[in-house]
Design a protein around this ligand. Sequence first.
Ligand code: NI
Length: 135
Amino acid sequence: MSLTVFRKAHFNAAHRLYRKDWSDEKNWEIFGKCNNPNFHGHNYEMEVGVTGEVDPETGYLIDMKILKDLIKEEVEDAFDHKNLNLEVPEFADLNPTAENIAKVIWEKLRAKLDEKFDLSVKLYETPRNFVLYTG
Ligand code: NI
């Protein structure tokens, strides 16, 4: 029996979208308010999905405590109340768009999750704007 379990989590973080190799004018044109040099914050919400076979002995797909701790260590401790551009190494040279944040989260979790599982990361930057990354 294959299915997907989900764990919700959230973090607050600041970011700025811009490219160093573009002029100020072009950065404003493309990124608008998200280019604010003084940064701005979002309340990011995420849903991490783990897909696999349910263990017939326990009835579990994965111990949710393991998933909870993994998300805390890899995402919440690393991103919460941080300036993504300045304090999170993955974004030193990568624009912290919702697309790129979802991919970074997926890669961090993938590296620590048992290979027998498939993984998905849905990231909400606002209640209406969200992305899904499945690798
Ligand atoms: Ni923004």
